[in-house]
Design a binder for this molecule. Structure first.
Ligand code: CA
Length: 364
């Protein structure tokens, strides 16, 4: 009841402004949302369902969004194209899938050796990220809103161990986003595959390695059955963001009330996705290890070689792409400030808690 009252109140408050689309406001709005993800992943696919459910409930059934899984009406890696063309009104995707169109898309999701989950959200909301990215999304006729994060990812599943930089040579790996271009510099052969296509490729041997997200999803996708070594960290995805994207004409057709609803629902999806991953990963990791998965950390030498290759790529890309350069320079300054702050309280708190894990678990 209270929520209804609030929405009615908000509508009255905005009555002075002209209604964007009074004809639509009187009927039921029915939108289609194309997700880049399969239904089996209740975390990442589930975020779009959280968004749709909230919009439907809060509008009293006047604004319906039907969610379609990857491949149902749009292939998982073509959600941006479908939303840009207006084939569907909106989508839920990782915008770094589109770095082939413009590498600047990576900043909306994750850039190697970049921000953790909280820092990504901070950059977006309070660090100028959303404004900076608007120029790019406008050029593709979409409005983008943060709508999920996985937290720091794992480094993926390998058939053989990666002990030194040379071991990356010739490895065919499914890897998301801009990281593929970093690893190409070290001889790895990257492939971008949608979630549902990874397992068959790994099983058949079309690829030698694959990363997706982390224990909870990776266990569901079955990677542990075909590759024994599970590496960490996913240095290319310290806190990758998922986004809701909306065709700009569809967005403009919404009333101010419905725009506000959609924005709020996206933020709910943003928080719920991260919460589900954080809550469900520990048990999944324990099950994987009990089942024979061998955990391995990337060595500092491998990580440093990747960091150097990443920095080289950022300089090369900045020289060719002025928008990338503009976003990168702001993003890099923000990241460096975040490192300076997080290394004080957060880092020391985390280190202490980890070093004293046995004490924290002891019952007194
Ligand atoms: Ca990933």
């Amino acid at each position: 009841m209270k929520r209804r009252k609030f929405i009615v109140g908000a509508g009255v408050g905005m009555a002075a402004a002209p209604l964007a689309a009074p004809a639509i406001a009187q009927g039921v709005i029915r939108w289609r949302l194309a997700s880049s993800f399969p239904k089996s992943l209740d975390t990442i696919y589930g975020a779009a369902e959280v968004l749709a459910k909230r919009v439907q409930e809060s509008s009293g059934g006047k604004f319906e969004i039907r969610v379609f899984a990857a491949g149902e009406i749009v292939p998982g890696l073509q959600v941006l194209d479908a939303v840009q063309a207006g084939t569907v009104e909106c989508g839920h995707t990782a915008n770094y899938y589109y770095v082939g169109k413009d590498p600047t898309f990576a900043f909306d999701t994750a850039v190697p050796f970049g921000l953790n989950s909280r820092q990504q959200t901070a950059w977006m909301i309070a660090g100028g990220g959303q404004q900076l990215m608007t120029e790019l999304f406008k050029a593709y006729n979409v409005v983008a809103l943060p709508a999920g994060n996985t937290g720091c990812q794992m480094g993926g599943w390998f058939r053989k161990e990666i002990k030194e930089v040379g071991d990356l040579q010739g490895v065919k790996m499914r890897i998301g986003g801009f990281a593929g271009q970093v690893l190409t510099k070290l001889g790895l052969v990257p492939q971008q595959l949608a979630a549902g296509d990874i397992y068959p490729a790994l099983e058949k041997g079309t690829i030698d390695a694959a990363e997706w997200v982390g224990p909870y999803d990776d266990e569901k996708l079955g990677f542990n059955k075909v590759a024994p070594f599970y590496y960490y960290p996913g240095w290319w995805e310290g806190g990758p963001q998922l986004s809701a994207i909306v065709n700009d004409k569809a967005w403009d057709s919404l009333s101010a009330d419905n725009k506000s609803l959609f924005i709020s629902a996206s933020w709910e999806a943003h928080a719920v996705m991260q919460a589900r991953y954080d809550a469900q990963n520990p048990a999944a990791l324990r099950r994987l290890i009990a089942g024979g998965t061998k955990l391995r950390a990337f060595s500092p030498d491998v990580m440093r070689a990747c960091l150097n290759a990443a920095n080289e790529l950022y300089e090369e890309t900045s020289a060719k792409n002025p928008l990338f350069k503009k976003v990168y320079e702001s993003w890099r300054g923000f990241r460096n400030n975040q490192i300076d702050w997080f290394k004080v309280a957060e880092y020391h708190f985390d280190i202490f808690m980890n070093q004293n894990a046995t004490v924290t678990r002891r019952r007194t």
